[in-house]
Design a protein around this ligand. Structure first.
Ligand code: FES
Length: 338
């Protein structure tokens, strides 16, 4: 580091401490800084050092007298206030003297100390790299069997690690992410396969229904499941574009939460909210199951239904958008603004 302005760079001398690259015997001396007593930076800070020294000596004298008096008073079993006074005066005076000594009779610096560079030279770096390569080659190549086995192990591992990508992700989803099994005319049935008729529920009632024939299948009980709710006795319009989707007050929504796919099986009847038990998302059944609380980002897709001539409740068609959590193909239709 360099000396600039009022900073002080201590002169240095060469001493026995040395460093080297340990490779070719070359050594570089490491300077250890020493100081000269006549250096300007080593002079006292006080303008009048002698006067300062005398004053400090006076404090020390008082301090010595104080602590000595404390000792004598203690031996004589003097009253406490005398002990406190003598000790206080003694320590106080010594403290003042010590502080003044440091402030007025010590070099004030600032000091900058040079030190050698810690970085190795280019030659040293190249030598080290060459040594590493050489040693590695020697110690590995002389164990050809082990080296070959290790390489084989890593090679096989590199292939095996691809297996989860190829097999363990399960079957390809196909169109399952986009469509369900609801089709035009599909009957709504309960878990026993019984067809649902228009007088199945009273106002406030709720029932999980499935496409007929699939009520006992994994698929039917997963992506196809629907909650059927009766909100009122007359036709209900959840959105302008869904004028005939909820005849006689029946609304049907996908039961798969649009947050993380839990079954939205709770119904708050007074508030007319479907509630997901996982993270408490709530969906307003009167406005197309738009989320009114919780992390669900989209409404539950609504299944358009109708009542046929015999009084059975059936699907008009499939959902108008993919069910379940959002993904990249999902539209924002039915978000309450349609
Ligand atoms: S899965 Fe329904 S709120 Fe999280």
């Amino acid at each position: 580091m360099s000396d600039s302005g009022s900073t002080f760079t201590a002169p240095s001398t060469r001493v026995a401490t040395e460093v080297g690259n340990g490779h070719d015997g070359e050594r570089a001396p490491v300077p250890i800084p020493t100081v000269r007593i006549d250096d300007p930076h080593m002079q006292d800070a006080a303008r009048y050092p002698r006067r300062a020294e005398a004053i400090i000596a006076l404090f020390f004298l008082v301090g010595i007298a104080g602590v000595a008096a404390f000792g004598g008073a203690y031996v004589q079993a003097a009253p406490s206030w005398i002990l406190a006074l003598t000790l206080g005066i003694g320590l106080f005076a010594l403290g003042i003297g010590t502080t003044a000594w440091g402030k007025y009779l010590m070099p004030q610096g600032p000091f900058v100390e040079e030190r050698h560079s810690l970085a190795g030279s280019r030659r040293e770096q190249e030598t080290m790299a060459a040594a590493l390569v050489e040693r590695t080659g020697v110690v590995v190549k002389r164990r050809k069997l082990l080296g070959g086995m290790l390489a084989t192990g890593f090679g096989i591992f590199g292939v095996v690690i691809l297996f989860p990508l190829l097999r363990s992700l399960g079957p390809l989803p196909g169109s399952m992410l986009f469509t369900t099994d609801w089709r035009r005319g599909t009957h709504l049935v309960d878990s026993t396969g019984r067809r649902i008729m228009k007088d199945e529920l009273t106002v406030g009632g709720i029932l999980t229904v499935y496409p007929e024939g699939l009520q006992n299948t994994d698929r039917g009980q997963a992506v196809d499941q629907v909650v059927l709710i009766r909100a009122q006795l007359t036709d209900l319009v959840t959105m302008q574009s869904r004028a005939d989707w909820a005849p006689t007050g029946y609304v049907a929504y996908s039961k798969v939460c649009t947050h993380l796919g839990c079954p939205v099986g709770l119904y708050e009847r007074l508030l007319e909210l479907l509630v997901c038990p996982c993270h408490q998302s709530m969906f307003n059944i009167r406005t197309g199951a738009t989320p009114v609380f919780g992390p669900a980002p989209r409404p539950l897709p609504q299944l358009p239904i109708y009542i046929d001539g015999k009084g059975y409740i059936r699907a008009q068609k499939g959902f108008n958008q993919p069910i379940g959590p959002g993904f990249w193909e999902r539209t924002t239709e039915g978000n309450g603004t349609a």
